[in-house]
Design a protein around this ligand. Structure first.
Ligand SMILES: [Zn+2]
Length: 261
């Protein structure tokens, strides 16, 4: 397993977070100790209340299973919510790995002929991109081609984003469930720190309308910028279709993620 070290009791495992958690004093904690999931954690996953908010379920699960984060003992729910999404996904992957093993059955559907391909993924083999040792996470600056045009015709084309956290994931869960694209707009709006020299209150009043009005090519620029920083576990894989023989790119199928397979 990547970056992992078994601690004496063998139920707890140590990992290095891709980004890290900054506490109120500005100290960054990157060494995470997870324990294996228990029957109680399984009950959290089965809880009906969580069907409407998977992000909240992940927060509770990580809050329970994180034994230590740097010098913080039992960090709990609040810290799990404040972790960057990249770190949360990484920890979830490791939680699956230490509890059920690294192999996971995944099903992909060919975009051309719809043939299903079943593969066994080895989660331990997925590439993990981490910040360098003393590197600090910088905000993401994106220069748009078309930009956001307001009613007076002023163009705003430099956007600055912070990286999303568990709190953001929880807040946009309802919108995402109804409409994935709307959920994405809501997430981008939450993480948008500035747009050109537009005053903050005006930016907040616009909310996700900024992204609904944006051209698709600009939206692609934002996606590419977010991917190119690519911190955390790389979830893209190439699949060869057994039906038509074509190769296609897909995000790793996580539907069996928190179950033995
Ligand atoms: Zn095919």
């Amino acid at each position: 397993m990547d970056g992992e070290r078994a601690l004496p009791r063998n139920r707890e495992f140590e990992f290095e977070l891709p980004v890290g958690y900054e506490d109120a004093e500005g100290q960054v904690h990157r060494t995470a100790v997870l324990r294996k999931m228990t029957g109680r954690d399984e009950a959290i996953m089965a809880d009906k209340r969580h069907r409407s908010n998977g992000a909240r379920m992940i927060s509770e699960l990580l809050g329970n299973c994180l034994v230590r984060l740097g010098t913080i003992e039992n960090p709990g729910l609040r810290v799990a919510q404040q972790l960057y999404s990249a770190d949360r996904h990484y920890l979830l992957m490791k939680l699956r790995e230490i509890t059920f093993g690294a192999e996971m059955q995944a099903t992909y559907s060919c975009p051309t002929c719809q043939e299903a391909t079943v593969l066994v993924e080895d989660l331990a083999e997925l590439e993990v991109v981490r910040l360098g040792g003393d590197e600090v996470l910088e905000d993401l600056v994106v220069r748009l081609e078309d930009g956001y045009v307001d009613r007076s015709g002023t163009v705003f084309d430099v956007l600055v984003f912070r990286y999303p956290t568990g709190v953001d994931e929880e807040r946009i869960a309802a919108a995402s469930r109804d409409n994935a694209s709307r959920g994405k707009n809501a997430l981008m709006a939450r993480c948008l720190k500035s747009m050109g020299d537009m005053p903050r209150p005006r930016l907040e009043a616009l909310g996700s309308a900024v992204f609904s009005d944006m051209t698709l090519s600009d939206r692609r620029l934002i996606d590419q910028a977010m991917l190119s920083r690519g911190l955390g576990v790389s979830m893209q894989r190439s699949v060869n279709c057994g039906g038509c023989g074509r190769d296609y790119d897909a995000a790793i199928d996580m539907s069996n993620f928190l179950a033995a397979s």
